[in-house]
Design a protein around this ligand. Structure first.
Ligand SMILES: *[C@@H]1O[C@H](CO)[C@@H](O)[C@H](O)[C@H]1NC(C)=O
Ligand SMILES: *[C@@H]1O[C@H](CO)[C@@H](O)[C@H](O)[C@H]1NC(C)=O
Ligand SMILES: *[C@@H]1O[C@H](CO)[C@@H](O)[C@H](O)[C@H]1NC(C)=O
Ligand SMILES: *[C@@H]1O[C@H](CO)[C@@H](O)[C@H](O)[C@H]1NC(C)=O
Ligand SMILES: *[C@@H]1O[C@H](CO)[C@@H](O)[C@H](O)[C@H]1NC(C)=O
Ligand SMILES: *[C@@H]1O[C@H](CO)[C@@H](O)[C@H](O)[C@H]1NC(C)=O
Ligand SMILES: *[C@@H]1O[C@H](CO)[C@@H](O)[C@H](O)[C@H]1NC(C)=O
Ligand SMILES: *[C@@H]1O[C@H](CO)[C@@H](O)[C@H](O)[C@H]1NC(C)=O
Ligand SMILES: *[C@@H]1O[C@H](CO)[C@@H](O)[C@H](O)[C@H]1NC(C)=O
Length: 270
């Protein structure tokens, strides 16, 4: 069962959408519709949108999984951006984005702007320039309803893993993407814990760090003691879980805290 709540946190002036992570939500898109007005049927904006989206989708898979584009003249100027998850290959990327360009105008009909989130890609467009700004204003939080037995220990290990992966993505990844695996976590019932972080590549490295920090810290309460969780924001996202959910080897392998002398946070590329 998919539960869906809509909560606002006035302190942070942000909107959070909450969903259970389950196989039925895995392939489903989530959308944030724009707030910068609507276009009308058969308008120039609509026709330009229908031209730019397919071209953005096909070029992105060919250009390594990230592309931004600007087309048209004000008031029909469109800013578009497409990004695929760092572990996807060109065919997964293309197919995800081809769904996205179909879905987005239907999920946000006649809206000048939309951001749609999928497991493997994100598509965003607007009549207002949004490149190179950190946007975490509307995020989706997903979690597995199962709780772990030793919450604080588990959360500590997840925090350590996510912090190391974040550093890697921010300081040592051209695509601002990293995955990781915490090995032999004998302090929890799970032998391995996996994590992934990604920033949208129009951000600078310091913006990437700022973005990830703002969705990771403090940990959303919905993710306390949860076996799996994710936060998807327009500018960055993370996910963790006790089974592997990404393709390819982990960028980082970490020994759990206290695994042996000098082994804490001892990470290595794979
Ligand atoms: C845009 O369309 C939506 C849905 O049809 C409507 O609720 C909203 O008021 C419209 N916004 C503007 C600025 O016209
Ligand atoms: C838009 O164009 C289609 C096809 O030409 C037409 O059927 C439809 O009535 C038009 N809609 C508006 C609002 O002009
Ligand atoms: C996609 O690539 C084609 C061919 O290089 C180019 O003409 C077009 O402008 C590109 N579209 C976008 C949205 O970048
Ligand atoms: C893509 O975004 C970058 C960073 O904001 C910007 O400098 C560049 O002009 C954008 N490219 C297009 C085609 O809009
Ligand atoms: C936008 O649409 C108008 C009207 O269809 C067209 O003349 C113009 O070339 C389009 N612009 C782009 C960049 O596709
Ligand atoms: C791309 O990745 C998918 C998912 O891992 C895989 O099934 C597919 O075979 C890969 N395609 C190519 C061309 O490598
Ligand atoms: C997990 O813990 C939360 C908060 O204590 C509780 O509301 C929820 O029912 C628990 N979930 C399960 C599957 O036991
Ligand atoms: C960055 O990555 C390279 C290649 O994986 C590695 O050799 C280097 O030690 C890393 N640097 C830092 C600061 O982690
Ligand atoms: C982790 O587990 C593997 C397989 O059980 C074992 O070979 C390895 O020595 C363990 N590493 C540590 C640091 O405990």
């Amino acid at each position: 069962m998919v539960s869906f709540r809509h909560v606002s946190f006035p302190f942070f002036l942000c909107l959070l959408f909450l969903i259970f992570l389950s196989p039925s939500t895995a392939g489903q898109p989530f959308q944030n519709c724009g707030t910068t007005g609507n276009y009308t049927a058969n308008s120039t904006y609509e026709s330009n949108l229908s031209l730019v989206l397919p071209s953005l989708a096909s070029n992105t898979s060919l250009s390594g999984g990230f592309l931004n584009a600007t087309v048209g003249q004000i008031p029909n100027k469109i800013y578009g951006l497409a990004v695929c998850r760092g572990d996807t290959n060109a065919s997964v990327c293309r197919s995800c984005l081809s769904d996205a360009i179909q879905d987005a105008p239907q999920l946000c009909p006649y809206n000048n702007g939309a951001t749609t989130f999928y497991d493997d890609c994100l598509l965003r467009y607007s009549n207002q320039r949004f490149f190179s700004t950190v946007d975490t204003s509307q995020s989706w939080i997903m979690w597995d309803p199962n709780n772990v037995t030793d919450r604080s220990q588990f959360d500590k290990i997840v925090d350590e893993l996510m912090s190391a992966i974040t550093d890697r993505a921010v300081y040592n990844s051209t695509r601002m993407f990293a995955t990781g695996k915490m090995m032999n976590s004998t302090k929890t019932p799970f032998p391995e814990i996996y994590g992934l972080v990604q920033c949208i590549q129009d951000l600078s490295r310091s913006q990437c760090q700022q973005c990830l920090q703002s969705i990771l810290e403090p940990r959303p309460t919905q993710l306390e003691g949860r076996q799996e969780g994710a936060v998807l924001a327009a500018s960055c996202n993370f996910r963790y879980g006790t089974s592997k959910f990404f393709d390819g080897p982990s960028t980082l392998r970490l020994e759990p805290p206290g695994a042996g002398p000098g082994s804490a946070s001892n990470y290595q590329p794979t």
